[in-house]
Design a protein around this ligand. Structure first.
Ligand SMILES: Cc1cc2nc3c(=O)[nH]c(=O)nc-3n(C[C@H](O)[C@H](O)[C@H](O)COP(=O)(O)O)c2cc1C
Length: 416
């Protein structure tokens, strides 16, 4: 999946194939310079004009504005005073979702919230079996449920409650209860997918692994760890190989890139997708990428490099959530809830996490086409018999503070 796919920009090169955006500043600067020369103005004035133009472009592309504007307001306004039922939805929209697609809709009444899948917000060939969509819905559901008690509501969940309505993913009945707080709930606005390098000098403590494993609450889900050198190497190699295969698959490459947001205006409008700021890259590289834009090719080169040199190379451990039946909606939703819970718990402990699902995205691609099941077989060899993978990740201690991703506010995803 497309996450840390920034290409380090090449100095002074006018870039980009598939966006006129990137060529605009160059044209604007040159035009102005030529105009000033023609007008007989000196080099100092030209330099000032150039700097002004660059500054204007930088402001336009949000180089100086990280995590602000309407696209990020949901993070600040997640728990307004009072016990409004909409507060549960405000918490839910801050959940993780594949490619930040936010494939959810909510119908919120006083004593019930229904969670719906928004099938329009799929990822095409990147998620042909909708595995990641249902996992994402599970993530939102977990936040919603965690938000009940702090908002004076005791939730009772029914998953896929109506076979006649496949989009109705969960019905959450709410009973009035005394308000209580919880560390996982408090972690909701602080959780981030961290795509930076992790601290290679700090191994993951065994008790952290045990605590994370202890968060699983259904016997249809299982957490498999890859912690030894051999296991980590095998899973890391397979992840890099799957990344290359996605990039080389024209359909998947396009579907992946379509959720990548390349301009500040686009982020503020769509309030979704993967952004440069969430890439985990250092500030200078992010600034350059925002200024120059990123083509599909550059994006994918950067993704492959980041996967190999940062994500895989610096992980303290890899983990994988497996289920009995990967096509079963309930098992997927339950696993999404578990992932969100694990990530919130890790947040309370200062641990960084990042899903790494390229292998699974290739498995689903193999399953939904005529492709031979090479990645499927390679993965199966790394899992206990009878278990199928649905969500893979890396974990470790962060070396950077990850930045927030945009969100559509609760009001925008609420059904009448
Ligand atoms: C089912 C699922 C699959 C995901 N797969 C990946 C992945 O393969 N690589 C990655 O970097 N992030 C992955 N993510 C993380 C999302 O991209 C991330 O949650 C989203 O962009 C919002 O950012 P946030 O988690 O920082 O709020 C996944 C998340 C979910 C729920």
């Amino acid at each position: 999946m497309n996450r840390n796919h920034l290409e380090e920009t090449r100095h002074g090169e006018p870039v980009h194939a598939d966006g006129d955006v990137s060529t605009r500043p160059e044209r604007r600067t040159l035009g102005r310079r030529r105009f000033l020369r023609m007008a007989g103005l000196g080099a100092g004035t030209v330099a000032l004009a150039g700097a002004g133009s660059l500054t204007w472009r930088a402001v336009q592309e949000g180089v100086f504005a990280t995590g602000i504007g309407p696209a990020y307001a949901a993070w600040d306004q997640w728990h307004p005073p009072g016990h409004d039922v909409l507060n549960l939805v405000r918490a839910a929209v801050l959940a993780a979702s594949a490619h930040n697609t936010q494939p959810w809709l909510f119908r919120a009444g006083r004593d019930r919230i229904d969670l719906y899948a928004d099938f329009e917000r799929g990822m095409g060939s990147m998620d042909p079996l909708r595995r990641e969509m249902y996992l994402s819905l599970g993530c939102a559901l977990e936040n919603l449920v965690l938000a009940g008690p702090p908002n004076g509501a005791r939730p009772t969940v029914a998953l896929m409650p109506d076979p006649a309505q496949p989009a109705l993913v969960a019905r959450v009945a709410l009973e009035t209860a005394p308000a209580t707080r919880s560390p996982l709930y408090s972690a909701i606005p602080h959780r981030r997918t961290n795509r930076g390098a992790y601290d290679t000098g700090r191994p993951l403590a065994a008790d952290a692994r045990e605590a994370l494993t202890g968060l699983l609450d259904v016997d249809t889900a299982r957490l498999v760890w890859f912690t030894t050198g051999v296991d980590r190497h095998a899973f890391g190699e397979l992840t890099v190989r799957a990344t290359q295969e996605i990039i080389d698959d024209p359909r998947q490459a396009i579907d992946d890139f379509s959720w990548y947001r390349t301009s500040w205006q686009q982020i503020q409008q769509t309030m979704d997708g993967i952004t440069i700021d969430a890439s985990g890259q250092p500030p200078l590289i992010r600034a350059a990428a925002k200024l120059l834009g990123t083509s599909l090719g550059q994006n994918h080169d950067g993704w492959l490099r980041a996967t190999r040199d940062a994500h895989v190379a610096t992980a303290a451990a890899f983990g994988l959530l497996a289920v009995r039946d990967p096509l079963d909606a309930v098992q997927r939703i339950q696993t999404g809830r578990i992932w969100q819970r694990m990530h919130l718990w890790a947040t309370t402990r200062g641990l960084a996490m990042q899903p790494l699902n390229q292998v699974l995205e290739r498995i689903d691609r193999e399953r939904s086409t005529e492709l031979s099941p090479q990645v499927t077989d390679a993965m199966a060899g790394m899992l206990p018999t009878g278990w199928q993978p649905v969500m893979a990740f890396r974990i470790g201690y962060p070396t950077i503070d990850a930045l927030p991703s945009p969100r559509r506010p609760a009001e925008q995803v609420r059904l009448p």
